[in-house]
Design a binder for this molecule. Structure first.
Ligand code: NDP
Ligand code: 2IT
Length: 443
């Protein structure tokens, strides 16, 4: 590791001591890009890393709302506008009780490099709240979203910062957020992505992260002389990313045998029934424990999925740090070929290292799950043009973008040591940011 990287990592650890997820994300990126920094002493002279790891702006605010019992509730809202070197801030909003500043910062930091890899003009940001939509009525969710947007609207705009969905923020939430923004600002603009099709959304955005993950995985398999056909997949999660990854990988002739939510997991040796998952997750907003009502021969297990079912491809599509070293050991023991991250940072640093050391093809989230934000950028383009493109057009662009991301990642991984796709993604994403930051002076 270069002295410069070590020094900046020390600063990060001292300044953000209570934010382990941010330290984890920053450590992975900084260690990967060390060879580039050694080759470019001008970056150190310009304080590039010190600036890169400090958000341009972080906003924290009170979100008061009234629940169905007439009680006042207060949540905390966030928007971290991390880096605008290559475009307006762009990144999702997460509503989950675990949200705090450290999670927002790790996600916004990852987003900088992911957005750079898409080759589209979007900076890095993330937002959200510790609000838990689970078990809330539609009216409560609307009241929360309206209050959240009342403050957030001061800080965003179609050319400033364009939020979208993430965990706990889907079509319903985006609709309420958009309605309140329009009401407050009296502007009909593409200030959010993931919108409904009747009010400026893009065809293909709902499917994009999951589909993109499989386009990336397919490109990686082909480059390694492999095919998705007939492979067995384990998917962690059953939400937006997990569901559409399952649908797409099945269309390539693979079989998905496990899916889960945060309370339990199902093993369906005959292949997961996606209609059942759709109804449980998106229609009833119920738990995966109901799956056996649809498929009596499947197994339901309460608790955390421990990656114990034998599979060729593991797709962690739920949340951060859900694939730890012991899970990686189980996967390797069972002969896993590839781990492709649909979620952001689902694999711990130790587990990632173990998988790569054991020859597993490892597709890092900031490259493999970039299809969602890339299609969000396509939604922004359509909104600016006041046009909407067909599903086929958007999907073809998404596929092209994912293949291009794989090519960039592969090229950088061939060029730099150690040769793996984590290093490739971090370096390829970093180079464009570094170039733009250098050109724009000390800002
Ligand atoms: P959803 O809210 O649609 O689904 C989240 C899924 O993850 C649910 O199955 C949820 O279960 C599960 N989950 C959440 N936390 C945990 C946990 N700690 N342990 C186990 N399961 C958990 O979110 P998305 O599908 O949109 O997002 C999933 C991941 O993909 C996140 O990491 C997100 O940052 C990332 N991502 C999302 C993109 C998008 O376009 N939506 C784009 C790129 C990345 P439960 O309902 O029980 O909580
Ligand atoms: O993590 C992510 O890339 C997202 N949640 C999607 C962001 C976006 O702006 O579509």
């Amino acid at each position: 590791m270069s002295d410069y990287v070590a020094r900046v990592l020390d600063i990060i650890k001292a300044r953000n001591a209570n934010e382990p997820e941010f330290i984890q994300a920053a450590t992975e990126v900084l260690e990967s890009i060390a060879p580039v920094l050694d080759a470019h002493p001008e970056y150190e002279a310009a304080g590039l890393l010190e600036r890169l790891v400090e958000p341009e702006r972080q906003i924290m605010f009170r979100v008061p709302w009234v629940d169905d019992n007439g009680n006042v509730q207060v949540n905390r809202g966030f928007r971290v506008q991390f880096n605008s070197a290559i475009g307006p801030y762009k990144g999702g909003c997460r509503f989950h009780p675990s949200v705090y500043l450290g999670i927002m910062k790790f996600l916004a930091f990852e987003q900088i490099f992911k957005n750079s890899l898409t080759s589209l003009p979007i900076g890095g940001a993330k937002g959200g709240s510790d609000f838990d939509p689970k078990g809330k009525s539609d009216r409560e969710v609307m009241a929360f979203c309206q209050s959240f947007m009342t403050e957030l609207s001061r800080h965003i705009g179609a050319d400033t910062d364009v939020p979208a969905g993430d965990i706990g923020v889907g079509a319903r939430e985006i609709g309420y957020l958009f309605g309140q923004y329009k009401r407050l600002k009296n502007i009909y603009e593409g200030v959010l992505t993931g919108k409904g099709l009747s009010y400026g959304g893009s065809l293909g955005r709902t499917q994009a992260t999951g589909y993109g993950l499989i386009y990336f995985t397919d490109a990686m398999f082909k480059a390694n002389g492999l095919s998705l056909e007939g492979k067995i997949c384990s998917i962690h999660g059953n939400g937006n990313v997990a569901y559409y990854a399952a649908e797409k990988v099945m269309s390539y002739g693979a079989k998905v045998v496990t899916m889960c939510d945060s309370t339990g997991w199902v093993y369906d040796p005959e292949g997961i029934d996606l209609d059942a998952v759709y109804e449980i997750r998106f229609v009833k907003r119920a738990r995966m424990s109901e799956y056996t009502n649809y498929r009596p021969n499947a197994e339901y297990h309460e608790g955390r999925y421990d990656w114990s079912v034998k599979c060729d491809i593991a797709l962690p599509c739920a949340s951060q740090n859900t694939l730890v070293l012991e899970d990686a050991e189980r996967l390797v023991k069972n002969g896993v070929i590839a781990v492709c991250e649909g979620a952001n940072m689902p694999t711990t640093l130790e587990a990632t290292e173990y998988l790569i050391k054991n020859g597993v093809l490892f597709a890092p989230g900031k490259a493999a799950n970039a299809g969602g934000v890339a299609t969000s950028a396509l939604e922004m383009s359509q909104n600016s043009q006041r046009l909407s493109w067909s599903f086929e057009e958007v999907d073809a662009k998404l596929k092209g973008i994912m293949e291009n991301i794989f090519e960039q990642v592969k090229k950088a991984s061939d060029e730099y040591e150690p040769k793996n796709y984590v290093v490739g993604a971090n370096i390829a994403g970093f180079l464009k940011i570094a170039d733009a930051m250098m050109a724009q002076g000390i800002v």
